[in-house]
Ligand binder design. Structure first.
Ligand code: AMP
Ligand code: MG
Length: 520
């Protein structure tokens, strides 16, 4: 049997109090941060896909990942020596309201593996069965949502967006019943388990639940633990460390928002329980990618009316979420002014990095007076004229700024008529854009190259993921593997043409291909 050589050092359960009973029954778990619970056995675990880069991070060979033992372990049927299975306790603000205890309802951690470089990677199965935090739900995940989490985690990583990673996608051989449209017509779907990997899965909600329940000693303990384990570079007396820590959480969250806005990613459920303390993208549910540029777009059908989590609102919502984290930390902060200072860091980093990001996306070298007007105009036009965000920026790189021709941008429009109707306005904008580029006297190949490094050619468009899902449900994994391959080089020029095509018309309103429910 090929060895799965992993070394574990499970600090979270060693250093923080837990409920050791092992009982999976649904309950409140006051005064602890975790509860021991074994994954529920599945009937026929089968490896459908894995990320070789993540296996390498953990020090796992290809043979080890493709062994039968791997599917057994990462499908949830067996624990390796040193592993410990547990679910963690957190709360959260959902859609703006305090929701009480939530917790890992279908995620079960298997421990913190430490690789040969001493890097710590927590392994967590998603869809591994009920835990004390499952409430009335089944603890399972369906294949379709597992494929979406698996693919998008890796796509985001290769785009340069901070994210949890995905090691493996395993079908369980069991069916899971889901009402995908919440219309009273549930159907049986294939079950799956994703093993996700991150240095820490701690969320804002882990702190919030303790503050909400008045468990201040434990809250203090979790803060100290988080700083030590997850922010080991911070040093000095506790007051200084606390300030630096909260400020870094704010800074990382700002960087994350800028990264999402750069690539057109919409998380869809930015509840505080889905916010990582490390500023990673976490919990891939009804997320989506912007096709036609539209700040008011949300992929989440549950959010259709309020649009709280729409594309353009994400930076504001992150700020609101950080404020909820600050509220939770208030009772244990050495000085509450430190929290206000952290939030100001968020605003400053966000503003500075958004400007840097946009300057780079448009191919300019340095920000300059008048840029805001140019940006405002083009974003307005892009929204009005249904312009594909991804395609637009790659086309903009191709514009010959010495003889700008608006036709270069035509391919990024969904409706030729809208292009024709706005030709004069676009032409006028492009003239001024080109003068702006020329004012920095850089050669064209260099500008193009710089732009193509920040403007992806391939993004995991919703309809592409949906096609891979439909094929996988029929037993054909080839489209999924092809997407994973493309996701590895999202900025490369030579991506297969069908994977970089704008959203086809049939996908505009198709469930799964444009809008998604939370049912997963
Ligand atoms: P989410 O909206 O996926 O971030 O989940 C919100 C909360 O519901 C978290 O506590 C999840 O663990 C829990 N949850 C979601 N789906 C399930 C499920 N199928 N079984 C148990 N808990 C779930
Ligand atoms: Mg969640």
């Amino acid at each position: 049997m090929t060895e799965l050589n992993l070394h574990f050092d499970n600090r979270f359960i060693r250093e923080l109090p837990g409920d050791d009973s092992g009982s999976p029954h649904s309950r409140q778990t006051p005064h602890v941060c975790w509860a021991r619970v074994a994954p529920t056995v599945v009937s026929k675990p089968r490896l459908l896909a894995y990320a070789p880069e993540v296996a390498a991070l953990l020090g796992l060979s290809v043979d080890a990942v493709e062994s039968e033992n791997f599917a057994e372990v990462f499908g949830g049927n067996r624990l390796l020596p040193g592993m410990a299975a547990y679910a963690t306790r957190y709360g959260g603000h959902q859609f703006g309201n305090w929701a009480g205890q939530l917790g890992d309802g279908r995620a079960i951690s298997l421990g913190e593996s430490v690789n040969s470089q001493g890097e710590r990677w927590e392994l967590q199965l998603k869809g591994a069965g009920i835990t004390p935090y499952s409430r009335r739900a089944d603890g399972r995940a369906v294949l379709r949502s597992s494929i979406r989490e698996f693919l998008c985690s890796e796509a985001m990583f290769h785009l340069g967006v901070p994210t949890t990673r995905a090691l493996s996608l395993i079908s369980t051989g069991d069916v899971v019943r889901r009402d995908m449209f919440y219309d009273g017509n549930p159907r049986d779907e294939m079950g799956a388990v994703v093993c996700r990997v991150a240095p820490s899965f701690t969320r804002f909600g882990h702190f919030e639940i303790l503050a909400a329940q008045g468990e201040m000693t434990l809250l203090r303990q979790l803060v100290a633990f988080t700083i030590e384990r997850d922010f080991p570079h911070l040093s000095g007396p506790i007051e200084a460390r606390f300030a630096a820590w909260f400020s870094e959480v704010c800074e990382r969250t700002a960087q994350l928002m800028v990264a999402w806005m750069r690539v057109g990613f919409v998380h869809g459920v930015m509840n505080t329980d889905n916010m990582s303390i490390l500023g990673l993208t976490i919990d891939y549910g009804p997320y989506g990618w912007v096709d036609n540029f539209d700040p008011s777009w949300t992929p989440n059908t549950t959010d259709e009316d309020l649009r709280r989590y729409s594309f353009g609102k994400q930076p504001k919502i992150a700020r609101w979420n950080l404020e909820r984290l600050a509220d939770a930390l208030m009772p244990v902060a050495p000085d509450r002014k430190l929290l206000a200072a952290g939030l100001i860091v968020y605003d400053q980093v966000l503003q500075r990095e958004m400007q840097t990001m946009l300057t780079a996306k448009f191919g300019w070298l340095n920000p300059c007076d008048g840029d805001d007007a140019l940006l405002g105009e083009i974003f307005g036009l892009m929204q009005q004229c249904e312009v594909d965000m991804t395609e637009f920026f790659r086309a903009l790189a191709l514009v010959d700024v010495r003889q700008p021709d608006v036709q270069t941008l035509a391919s990024s429009f969904y409706q030729p008529l809208l292009f024709d109707n706005h030709r004069a306005l676009l032409d006028d904008w492009l003239q001024r854009y080109s003068e702006r580029v020329l004012s920095e006297a850089e050669n064209e190949p260099t500008r193009r190259e710089r732009m193509n490094r920040v403007n992806p050619r391939f993004v995991l468009r919703n309809y592409l993921a949906q096609q891979a899902i439909e094929a996988a449900e029929q037993g054909d994994m080839a489209p999924l593997h092809r997407l994973l391959q493309a996701a590895r080089q999202p900025y490369a020029e030579d991506c297969p043409a069908d994977l970089i095509a704008k959203r086809p018309e049939w996908a505009r309103h198709k469930a799964g291909a444009s809008m998604l429910s939370c049912s997963s």
